[in-house]
Design a protein around this ligand. Sequence first.
Ligand code: B1M
Length: 216
Amino acid sequence: MTDILKEMYEGTMAGNAPRVLELTNLGLAEGMTPETLLFEALIPALEEVGARFERGDYFVPEMLIAGRAMNGALDVLRPLLADTGAETIGTFVMGTVKGDVHDIGKNLVNIMLEGAGFNVIDLGVQVSPEKFVAAVQEHKPDIVGMSAFLTTTMPMFKVNMEELTKAGLRDDVIVMVGGAPVTQEYADVVGADGYAADASTAVRMAKSLIAAKRGK
Ligand code: B1M
């Protein structure tokens, strides 16, 4: 690991947002790719933060400031990751489910989808079933994506899908789910059309689900 990546990893874990921002710009100026900064420093740092939280070495404030540091870096990386000049291939409505405020993973999926040519409508966090339904009615997306990062909020997938069914929309839209505790088995149980464990797989999955629906 280079000095910049090492300092970025440590700075993110310590929640030092101004330094992480500086190092992001420095890394880019030195020719590092956004993907290197993301996959070799920022994401591993948050994984370690989660592990420390689980062990009782970190508490919510530490998770919060680490998340802020990551989000600050993502603001800089977003245009670089998303600017591929790809043609629009579909519309994707995305949100973190009700009761859940985690948004970094969702934001990362959005960035990658935009980079692949999706028109992404981000509903934010704590999205109620009614809001998902209203967004599907309004934007008529190819896919509605739901993220959940807590075992306690994962059941909202099923609630959201029941609401889509009640509104007569379930057959019109592909439903994708994801988030740290979600598995393929859970996605199958709730009746989602697709699941992905990370942002790049989410893009591949979204493309293939759309191609299958359009009969290509
Ligand atoms: Co919280 N948190 N948190 N947290 N947090 C986790 C998720 C946790 C795993 C930590 C741990 O115990 N190890 C744990 C959940 C345990 C569980 O339920 N199994 C947890 C907990 C318990 C909590 C609180 C309950 C703590 C408390 O208050 N006692 C609380 C809940 C608040 C709430 O939501 N109601 C809470 C709060 C917070 C903060 C607000 C402080 C902060 C969030 C900041 C923010 O998001 N703006 C926070 C953070 C930072 C974390 C960890 C450390 C990091 C999450 C993250 O951003 N990861 C996290 C530990 C961990 O995940 N290891 C943890 C990086 C991100 C790039 O990965 O989110 O997995 P990830 O996203 C991936 C994939 O999941 C996938 O692609 C993404 C990119 O590759 N993906 C999709 C995501 N959405 C997808 C959708 C798709 C497809 C793929 O299709 C639609």
